[in-house]
Write a protein that binds this ligand. Structure first.
Ligand code: NAD
Length: 430
């Protein structure tokens, strides 16, 4: 293997990057190394075989994962992803980010993540349903409303959550819909949950623009990923009057310096499945999108999109991480040297878990909030979290970046809880 390929592979390892960030944040905060000992590995990690009878009658055995990282604050919480490229390291890192995110935004959950290595684009609905139900039969004993509560992530949605709720309820022999969040409204979902991560991204962008003196209504926005997070964020920017100049998905991107008609793109995607082929803009590649002339860049697709080989091309003044882990540590340095503010994933995309928490509370109480209440409470949480982290970063992290500030803030809260629970003799260095 060439040196270049090795370097790229090393840069892509999100687990190594996360562990380095956690370690650095602990050292900078004068916390005890025992905090790192607790956070460096998931409390439980399982890899399981998921047998499925496919539509042609063949049996296919998929690999499934659940990483339960840390539950010092409450039940484990984290999405389930269907994607061919999932690895044990990426799932562990994703579960660590959930722990950090829940701590940062102040919801009483621990961090988890699950996945099935599969290609959902090539599977029928029936095959996806069987695979989902099989996952719950194999892993149901470690899930539960008081134990571990999955939610949607890449290529999983409200329908997948409804299958999980149904299969789990069958196993438990009681309706137990609180085992997942992000469900359809008809089976205990929460209004506004589908749009929550994108809405949170919108609120965080608004706060970041305000903090840096950028007028949001004139800010040109570019969004990579037009799924749940990117698509919903794009709609909110369009509604608020900010020009969205570029969007993309796995098929490629489109660019219009005067602003794209997001409603027409949503209709086009509903008809064709992809943004490619939309006539109201010029075709661009995903790499070109990241380098487009804009004020705010929102990566909302997958990990490792902004790397050492393309970070220098980013022209935006603010990067809002809608996706988990879209920026590598090497790219972080380049963006910082170029005075670009990166609002980290554990803050920027925490709107989803926040409204998941609202859904879980409503399920526990058998009560429903209206949309205005959900959106108002989400806005309060996002605004408060941004202000806390941004001022901590400005006051206590001089010379550093906002990701370091967010990690330090989050880990200090985790350390305090671990000490109270008796997991540490002392959270600080002796
Ligand atoms: P999704 O499946 O709804 O959408 C993903 C989008 O990314 C799709 O438009 C897809 O075509 C596009 N995409 C996939 N590969 C791509 C590539 N190589 N280049 C460009 N685009 C590509 O997923 P989602 O739920 O929107 O999740 C997106 C990101 O946000 C993930 O990192 C996820 O972990 C994170 N996230 C999601 C939620 C949530 O509530 N859904 C919450 C927090 C974080």
């Amino acid at each position: 293997m060439s040196v270049e390929v090795n370097k790229a592979k090393k840069e892509d390892n999100t687990l190594t990057a996360t562990l380095n960030m956690i370690k650095q944040a602990i050292e900078l905060s004068d916390l005890s190394n025992d905090v790192y000992e607790h956070l460096k590995t998931p409390m439980r990690f399982v890899e399981v075989a998921i047998p499925v009878e496919m539509d042609d009658g063949a049996i296919k055995v998929f690999t499934g994962y659940r990483s339960q990282h840390n539950n010092v604050f409450g039940p484990y919480k984290g999405g389930i992803r269907y994607h061919p490229a999932v690895t044990t390291d990426s799932i562990k890192a994703l579960s660590m980010w959930m722990t950090l995110k829940c701590s940062l935004v102040g919801v009483p959950f621990g961090g988890a993540k699950g996945a099935i290595a599969c290609d959902p684009l090539t599977m029928s609905m029936k095959e996806k349903e069987k695979m989902t139900r099989s996952y719950v039969r194999v892993l149901g004993s470690i899930l539960g409303p008081e134990t571990d509560i999955p939610a949607p992530d890449v290529a999983t949605d409200a329908q997948v959550m409804a299958w999980i709720a149904d299969e789990y309820s069958n196993i438990m022999r009681v309706p137990s819909f609180g085992v997942v969040t992000g469900k359809p409204l008809a089976v205990g979902g929460c209004v506004g949950r589908t749009e929550a991560t994108g809405r949170g991204v919108f609120f965080i962008t608004r706060e970041a623009a305000q903090a840096t003196g950028m007028p949001l209504d004139q800010a040109r926005i570019a969004i990579q990923g037009f799924g749940n997070v990117g698509g919903n964020a794009a709609l909110l920017f369009a509604e608020s009057g900010s020009p969205v100049v570029a969007v993309s998905d796995v098929s490629g991107g489109i660019y219009n310096p005067k602003g794209l008609n997001i409603y027409d793109i949503v209709n086009h995607v509903e008809k064709t499945g992809f943004v490619k082929g939309f006539s109201g803009g010029e075709d661009i590649t995903n790499d070109e999108l990241l380098a487009i002339d804009c004020d705010v860049l929102i990566p909302a697709a997958l990990e490792n999109q902004i790397k050492s080989n393309n970070a220098g091309n980013v022209k935006a003044k603010i990067v809002i991480e809608g996706a988990n882990g879209p920026t590598t540590p090497e790219a972080d340095h380049i963006l910082k040297d170029n005075d670009i503010l990166v609002v980290p994933d554990i803050l920027a995309n925490s709107g989803g878990v926040t409204v998941s928490y609202f859904e879980w509370v409503q399920n526990n109480y058998g009560f429903r909030w209206d949309l205005a209440t959900v959106n108002r409470r989400l806005e309060e949480k996002m605004t408060e979290a941004f202000k806390l982290v941004y001022s901590f970063y400005c006051e206590k992290c001089i010379g550093s970046d906002m990701r370091t500030g967010a990690y330090r803030y989050s880990i200090q809260r985790l350390a305090e809880a671990m000490q109270y629970r008796g997991w540490l003799r002392s959270s600080t260095k002796k």
